[in-house]
Write a protein that binds this ligand. Structure first.
Ligand code: HEC
Length: 121
């Protein structure tokens, strides 16, 4: 017979594995902030709009698959992926625009050497 403490150990172990297998949301979807404006001074990004785009991604883009880290695809790939996936998510034009702005601006900032984890917000 399997003891109950054995079962609890198994449950805890599987939870630990599940969490460790996921990239944190902060890493997958870096929050917009000073680290973005610093590397894109000529763009002067609208941070509240980018924040809304990030919220839309969190709300809509983890429904069918895990939220895809921005760093996983290139700027060029995202330009094609976002319109397709925005349609999958039934986003309207304004929402699609905010998701595009958030993902493309973040990817661009990462390409320019921006370091989200260095941000002190
Ligand atoms: C209705 C379900 C659904 C929703 C909602 C959804 N996706 Fe997807 N996504 C898919 C499916 C199915 C695939 C794999 C097949 C494909 O590429 O069309 C996919 C693939 C992807 C890929 C990999 C593309 C590639 O070329 O390998 C990315 C990145 C992605 N989705 C991002 C997103 C983002 C960002 C959102 C939110 C705007 C989103 N998804 C919302 C179903 C969904």
């Amino acid at each position: 017979m399997i003891s109950s403490s054995r079962i609890i150990t198994l449950i805890v172990a599987s939870i630990v594995v599940t969490v460790a297998g996921c990239v944190s949301l902060e890493t997958a979807l870096p929050p917009p902030g000073r680290w973005v404006t610093q590397v894109l001074p000529e763009v002067d990004p609208d941070l509240p709009a980018l924040e809304r785009g990030r919220s839309l991604v969190i709300q809509h883009c983890g429904r069918c698959h895990a939220v895809e880290p921005i760093a996983r695809y290139s700027l060029q790939q995202w330009r094609k992926i976002v319109p397709d996936m925005a349609a999958e998510s039934y986003l309207n034009a304004a929402q699609t625009q905010e998701v595009l702005a958030y993902i493309l601006t973040t990817r661009d900032a990462l390409d320019r050497g921006g370091k989200p984890q260095a941000d002190t917000r």
